[in-house]
Design a protein around this ligand. Sequence first.
Ligand code: 5GP
Length: 193
Amino acid sequence: MKLLEERIRKDGIVKPGNVLKVDSFLNHQMDIELFSEMGKEFKRLYEGCPVNKILTIEASGIGIACVVAQYFHVPVVFAKKTQSINLDGDVYSTKIQSFTHRRIYDVIVSKKFLSPEDHVLIIDDFLANGCALEGLIDIVKSSGATIEGVGIAIEKGFQKGGDLIRSKGIRVESLAIVDGMNAETGEIFFREQ
Ligand code: 5GP
């Protein structure tokens, strides 16, 4: 999606350690008009798919997921990160290794909000090594719901997540795929889509 690529080029900051900072428009301050265009694009890509629920993970997926959901006219469920050791039986739970915080979270979704009748579109801001997505996929699988696909704002194509998730037969649509970044020059290279 050209609009998103242009914005990343203009305002994205390449940090050492393969981290792309986009907190001026995507995951701290949020440009809702840009999110709207992203929502339209996901709707176009998933036209005809019987999506009845959007699933994301707190915190930075929530804003995008809410705007996307307006185009699908469906509710958003977000997976919660929790510290609690005693998880009760009313939740689906999984463990996720965080790329940015380098720790492992327990992540939960209440059984009230996902069931076998659901057709889920998973939305997140970044796809890097795929840990966050694997966790969300695990939760959807435990609920018996169907995964219609995944929608990602920025995929870091030089990390293994995209291949990993697609190799499971899951459709992944990323609006911008970054194939390389140079922390010294600040250059960002996008995959032609
Ligand atoms: P993964 O689980 O695919 O390795 O990483 C996905 C999560 O890590 C995303 O939800 C995002 O919050 C965070 N993340 C991964 N790479 C980056 C990055 O380069 N920049 C930012 N801002 N977040 C990232």
